[in-house]
Write a protein that binds this ligand. Sequence first.
Ligand code: SF4
Length: 497
Amino acid sequence: MRRLRQRVAERLAAEEGAIFKDAPIRVTVAYPNSYAVAMASLGFQTVYRLFNEEPDFAAERAFLEDAELAPAGRLPSYESFRAAGDVEIFAVSIAFELDLVNLVRLLRAAGLEPLREERGEREPLVILGGPLTSSNPWPLAPFADVILIGDGEEAIPLIAEAYRQTRDKRRFLESVEGMPGFFLPDRDEREPHWTSAPLEKLPVYSQIVSSLSEFPGAFLIEAERGCPRPCTFCLARVMYGPTRNVPAEALLAAIPEAVQKVGLVGASLSDYPYVKEVGHELLRRGVKLSVSSIRADRVDAELAQILKEGGLRTFTVAADGPSQRLRDLLKKQISEEQLLRAAEIARSLGFRGFKLYQMIGLPTETEGDIDEMLRFTAKLSQITPVTLSVSPFVPKRHTPHFGDGFAGVKIIDQRLKRIRKELRRLRPRVEVRSGSAKWAWIEAVIARGGSEVGLAALRLAEGESYSAWKRALAEVGWRDPLNQADPQGTALSFNIS
Ligand code: SF4
């Protein structure tokens, strides 16, 4: 534990804003991945703050990453170094499909039985929230007492009130049953609809600024929630509800004067109507600025200049489809001309790099679409050096692509190999980075799977791999929603309306 104590002490020393509090009802807010990723999550930070705002609650943080240095079942919290599982409420924020096995590891590391039905009445109430619970809560269902669907800003005060009235797991569950956004997997047959926090509850922002986060030293603040765009593959519109733009004045007022670096967070920030006004004001205050996303059709020289002066080095945009035909199919509303213009702006302002996101393995995709992407990347690289980031397409629930299959590991691997080979001749003007087809298949299984996928994850806590996943899925009787029994298969039946 000495090394872990030292690690925790170093991280606490690198933070501003941690809350050290004693109160009768103790809560752990845990993250199934590293400290750095957790501290870059506004959702995680918001749950931590909201529990601590309740006078009789004290929330402390714990991270799966530390299990490597902790005795089995004794994962500690950061604020008091007490056992993270020795609390009344154990709340986990989970964002990514591929953190599902990590959730099992996290519960075990805290000394808790992962399966709800194996936990006793006196063990903590396990509450799960975060983006994954809204996109597909079913693989999480075997582990949770409560799954929160939608925005947490309304839910945490309701949990606090219901829990202080009951101080008992069973009575608490009876009292929250049927509340908007509360999914009780052992009682409810269906998940509830998402809840959306009203604009008055926004913006949310960093409680803790850490120089050891994924965004070192940045004060993160959410300028908008939701997205007005119709991109068919993206959950931003369905998951976050109606678009809520925080007025510039409210946003700026929430940023402390002493802050040196601001990370603006939002699904489509270049659509945020006050992005330039906020940007100019932050530059006037001498603050460094970064944004989480820029759309090529919205960027102009003024916005690019703000980002450049704010310290942005690499200009990043998404095409998300290798050809115009596929971008139109996805309703991405981005053209080659707009991408070329964005590259021209990046070059003229002296950005060091230009990064372009692409997806492959899309419904109806052919080699002809890949040809178009290769031609276009070559053209783009004549303007500026390009980092091409290629990800396999993962169809999600709640999107029109739910009925589409995963393209197949073999097809995606072949196309990735071809892309890398044909663009090699353009090095160093073009650098290709790509995701893994096998892990994308696992992600796709989790993204559309049921509780049996959670039970498969339970078998994988000691070691996760593509073949281990396939074995575990077979053992729990998993069936592909499209009867696509062979994930290596090459034949696809796409049906997009
Ligand atoms: S891909 Fe971007 S622009 Fe499209 S819906 Fe999602 S967040 Fe909005």
